[in-house]
Design a protein around this ligand. Structure first.
Ligand SMILES: [Fe+2]
Length: 441
């Protein structure tokens, strides 16, 4: 009897030892952004892979052509759409209840992936949270933004992020090491050019992001993105339908392709579109004027425009068509509403302009920082530009620190070396009232 009990116990142990552990749910892409006030909200995106019918090859091939084609985002009518749920709780409450928030999902065009989106709201400012997707999922962390800028706030900026994944990852790791609150990418992210046969570049981009944009204390770093020419079929002059991955991967900026994000009353970031799917002039410029006026009335001390094609290029020709349009339509508004620094990209070099105003060097002017060399092959800065104060042939990130009304900029290359640093003084008072035509739609 004793022997048979012992055999049974052994068998049970063997069975339990050999039973496969439940597989941990760990999505191939998990990333954070914001759609509303970052002091109290967080938008969580993640991807799941499914046995969805492969996109029609002929349609995929056709979609690689310049002409518009319908995006195969359909899912079979009898297919059970997976749940989009995030569980979160404050990190400090080790035994606290997980709060459950439901969201939605949609199919990423031409892929077997679903993109999930859940917006968490009612969060406490400057607080670390844990989050997961179910009881058996990997766990991640994020932090909400502070209510004010009484303490220094640091974030990273750059663009043109991934020719080679190893370069993207190297600069990501330098950025993450500095524990920024978030990162802003100014266009040309995965270089998939909106082509279905290049979707793997997006998958790689998110894999690299997930493993490398984590701070030393374990926070996943939220991102804000703008659109660049490599997000759009044809590069410029397109419509949102020509950027199907960009608009299906990120809730922000969303349609029409430009947006502003207000951080309490202390900072607003303007995510702009330099002629990729929205013309620079027309409705976008009218919106920009109205948004800058609202920020001014609210007394927002830190206003940052971020866009892809530079007004003051560090490598390409100054007379470039899109460059000139940024100078013609947006720069006068930036000057009118006291912008101190604008972030530009696309030229694959490091540049810092002199402070510029009215097309001249002026101590009261705007510094244009760029030019999009986060993770791409770099180009030599143009040697003969009157407006460049500093430049470098280096992959880099820009680390911005705001504190009270002060701003500080530190530029770090892929090895972690500082290649530029400068302060910025508060802007001069506005010289005249906003002009009525600029406020028109
Ligand atoms: Fe570009």
């Amino acid at each position: 009897m004793v022997r048979s009990i012992a055999v049974c116990v052994m068998l049970v142990c063997m069975v339990s030892l050999s039973a496969p552990a439940a597989e941990v749910f760990d999505p191939p892409a998990v990333y954070l952004t914001w759609q509303r006030d970052p002091t109290t909200t967080m938008t969580v995106h993640w991807h799941t892979i499914h046995d969805l019918p492969a996109p029609d090859a002929a349609q995929t091939q056709a979609a690689s052509e310049p002409e518009d084609q319908p995006s195969p985002t359909d899912i079979p009518p009898d297919w059970e759409v997976p749940a989009s749920v995030v569980l979160h709780r404050p990190l400090a409450e080790a035994a606290g209840e997980w709060k459950t928030t439901a969201g939605k999902s949609h199919r990423l065009p031409y892929s077997n992936r679903m993109v999930h989106t859940v917006e968490l709201t009612g969060l406490t400012p400057a607080t670390d949270y844990r989050f997961r997707f179910n009881e058996n999922s990997a766990e991640f962390r994020f932090r909400t933004m502070p209510e004010d800028v009484a303490q220094p706030i640091r974030f990273a900026v750059g663009g043109d992020t991934m020719h080679r994944p190893e370069d993207f990852e190297a600069v990501n790791r330098q950025a993450a090491r500095m524990s920024p609150e978030f990162v802003v990418f100014g266009g040309d992210l995965a270089y998939a050019d909106a082509k279905p046969d290049q979707l793997g570049r997006w998958y790689t981009w998110f894999e690299v992001y997930k493993r490398s944009m984590v701070t030393p204390d374990g926070r996943l770093i939220p991102m804000l993105v703008t659109i660049g020419n490599h997000e759009v079929r044809g590069g410029t002059g397109g419509t949102p339908e020509k950027a199907p991955f960009f608009f299906n991967l990120f809730a922000m900026p969303g349609l029409p392709g430009y947006a502003s994000l207000d951080f309490g009353d202390y900072m607003s970031i303007l995510l702009l579109d330099t002629d990729h799917v929205n013309p620079i002039d027309g409705p976008q410029t009218g919106w920009l004027a109205r948004t800058l006026l609202q920020c001014q009335r609210r007394g927002v001390p830190h206003l940052f425009p971020v866009y892809h094609v530079p007004a003051y290029p560090g490598h390409r020709e100054f007379a470039g068509h899109v460059n000139a349009r940024v100078r013609d339509y947006w720069v006068p508004l930036f000057e009118e509403f006291g912008i101190r620094v604008a972030f530009e990209h696309h030229d694959h070099t490091y540049k810092r302009t002199h402070p510029l105003r009215g097309g001249r060097i002026d101590a009261r002017g705007i510094v244009y920082l760029g030019d999009g060399a986060w993770g791409v092959g770099v180009r030599k800065p143009a040697p003969d530009r009157w407006y460049l104060q500093n430049s470098a042939h280096a992959r880099h990130l820009i680390l911005v620190t705001i504190h009270g009304r002060h701003q500080h900029y530190l530029v770090i290359d892929e090895t972690g070396a500082a290649i530029d640093e400068f302060p910025s003084t508060p802007s001069s008072p506005r010289l005249h009232e906003p002009t009525a035509p600029a406020l028109a739609e």
